[in-house]
Design a protein around this ligand. Structure first.
Ligand SMILES: CC(C)(COP(=O)(O)OP(=O)(O)OC[C@H]1O[C@@H](n2cnc3c(N)ncnc32)[C@H](O)[C@@H]1OP(=O)(O)O)[C@@H](O)C(=O)NCCC(=O)NCCS
Length: 155
């Protein structure tokens, strides 16, 4: 089941991030994720949706309802606990926000990810996302600082 989330879910979301095995974030601990989430909820730029099963939040996605261009929006964050990877949760979350965005009149959806995250890139490519460009120096990691931008038409 996909549910809308709010800041009251902050602790559970930090737990998902910590347990998602994000290849580029192995140096972050639970408090780091909580701090980032606190800031993100305060900014109010993202709409949060979670995948809930048997009363456990297993993954979440956020969408920003603006992105440079006309009728463009962005998948800003996507994270699934690693013990549940490969079970279709990420796909369900992406498809859900695509429908959400389409119903709100958006024509195109974008997502940045790290160039070095091969499995994540494959995930987006399987869902029909096309590589638009790459951006060296986008991230502040000492290595693997290149971002790739993917986009998909919603019409
Ligand atoms: C990328 C991610 C959200 C995908 O979620 P998921 O629920 O595992 O994805 P699904 O089960 O719907 O899709 C599986 C496909 O995703 C890809 N994939 C990416 N990472 C994977 C992983 N760790 N395990 C299994 N499949 C993965 C594979 O191509 C797989 O296809 P296959 O089953 O034909 O091999 C999840 O692996 C994750 O949270 N990764 C760490 C954080 C991250 O990369 N976030 C993305 C934005 S920065």
């Amino acid at each position: 089941m996909i549910v809308k989330l709010s800041s009251k879910h902050l602790n559970q979301l930090a737990r998902i991030d910590l347990e998602s095995s994000h290849q580029m974030s192995s140096h972050l601990n639970l408090d780091d994720y909580k701090e980032m989430l606190r800031h993100r909820f305060e900014e109010k730029h993202e709409v949060f949706f979670g995948f809930k099963e048997k009363n456990e939040l297993k993954g979440y996605i956020t969408i920003r309802l603006f992105f440079p261009g006309y009728k463009h929006c962005e998948i800003y964050w996507l994270s699934v606990k690693s013990k549940y990877h490969g079970k279709g949760i990420g796909t369900k979350l992406v498809k859900f926000v695509e429908t959400h965005a389409k119903q709100r009149g958006f024509g195109k959806i974008f997502a940045y990810t790290n160039k070095a995250m091969k499995r994540t890139r494959k995930f987006y490519e399987k869902l029909g996302y096309k590589l638009i460009n790459e951006f060296p120096g986008y991230y502040s990691y000492p290595e693997n600082d290149t971002a790739v931008l993917y986009g998909k038409d919603l019409l």
